[in-house]
Design a protein around this ligand. Structure first.
Ligand code: PBG
Ligand code: ZN
Length: 329
């Protein structure tokens, strides 16, 4: 008696025959609605400033930014994450919470011109405003967690006052989501949400981004506050804390190298899970395409599909605008 083998009766290829059949059984969707486009606000009113090592990404003046976002909206990109920086840097990152910071001015200009149409997220951190490039206040060559919390709360309130829908703390201080939530509520912004960078890893993928904002840390690296790439379970602990403290959305960052973490959080979270496909992930695609080793569109869409397949609801990606403009989906 030979043991019955499923082949040739069972043939998985029957579900791969035509584009129609493949679409019928596709388990993962990827739409422009799922994407959040990051933009860098230039420190002064220039058109656009190229960024070293960051292909096709520029810092934008506020006029150029509002024009760009207006055009994105027409093509279906509706969600944006704004980053800023300042030439005036000090130990506390004072410029980050100014009511007339470049990010605050950009928010006001965007609201004036586009109303509530765009979903505006702002990055809340100090590293592009501190003299030492760290994400918090530094005392005795260490980032002082608790001294940083009121600074982050001030930044969040300044962004809320200028029109942010969601603030997105990326610093990885303990307790910052709760501190920001309390401060927003006390300042009269109960409707402004928090997208927490819940599992943000100390990653080598942030290079082009740090060029964009001149935000590389001095003296020591960020391993004392960002998560260790070897750790998976710890992300669940951060998830519990951030949700308890009031996070409306949580995020894993980077994305591609951390899809196990995206998957874990997606399975356990009571709030939507986002993923940040960071500058280094983007630039790898650009470099592959430039070298003629891959089709840029196919590679970008495959990566984003994988991030969705792992369970991310929304994805922050530098490709969002291009995808909509070029009709890649
Ligand atoms: C800083 C911050 C970083 C990124 C977003 N916010 C870099 C860092 O931690 O040094 C990286 C994003 C990217 O690489 O696209 N708080
Ligand atoms: Zn930072």
């Amino acid at each position: 008696m030979t043991k019955a083998v499923p082949f040739p009766t069972i043939r998985p290829r029957r579900l791969r025959t035509t584009a129609g059949v493949r679409a019928l059984v596709a388990q993962t969707t990827l739409r422009v609605d799922h994407l959040i486009q990051p933009y860098f606000v230039a420190e002064h009113e220039v058109e656009r400033e190229p960024i070293a090592g960051f292909t096709d990404v520029c810092r934008l003046g506020i006029d150029a930014l509002t024009d760009t976002i207006a055009a994105d909206l027409v093509r279906g990109v509706r969600h944006f994450l704004l980053f800023g920086s300042s030439r005036e840097r000090d130990a506390q990152g004072s410029a980050a919470s100014a009511s007339d910071s470049r990010v605050a001015l950009a928010l006001r200009a965007l609201r004036e011109r586009l109303g509530r149409a765009p979903t505006l997220f702002t990055d809340v951190c100090l590293c592009s405003y501190t003299s030492h490039g760290h994400c918090g206040v530094v005392t005795d060559a260490q980032v002082d967690n608790d001294a940083t919390l009121p600074r982050l709360a001030d930044v969040a309130c300044a962004h809320a006052a200028a029109g942010a829908d969601f603030v997105a703390p990326s610093d990885m201080m303990d307790g910052r989501v709760g501190a920001i939530r309390s401060a927003l509520d006390a300042a009269g912004f109960p409707g402004v949400g928090i997208l927490a960078y819940t599992a943000k890893y100390a990653s080598a993928y942030y290079g082009p981004f740090r060029n964009a904002l001149d935000s590389s840390p001095h003296g020591f690296d960020r391993a004392g506050y960002q998560m260790d790439p070897r750790n998976r379970r710890e992300a669940m602990r951060e998830l519990d804390l951030d949700v308890m403290e009031g996070a409306d959305l949580v995020m894993v960052k980077p994305a591609l190298a951390y899809l196990d973490v995206v998957s874990d959080l997606a399975a356990a979270s009571t709030v939507p899970v986002c993923a940040y496909s960071v500058s280094g992930e983007y630039e790898m695609v650009k470099q592959m395409a430039r070298a003629g080793l891959a089709d840029e569109r196919a590679l970008a869409v495959e990566n984003l599909t994988a991030i969705r397949r792992a369970g991310a609801q929304a994805i922050v990606t530098y490709f969002a605008s291009t995808i909509a403009r070029e009709g890649w989906l």
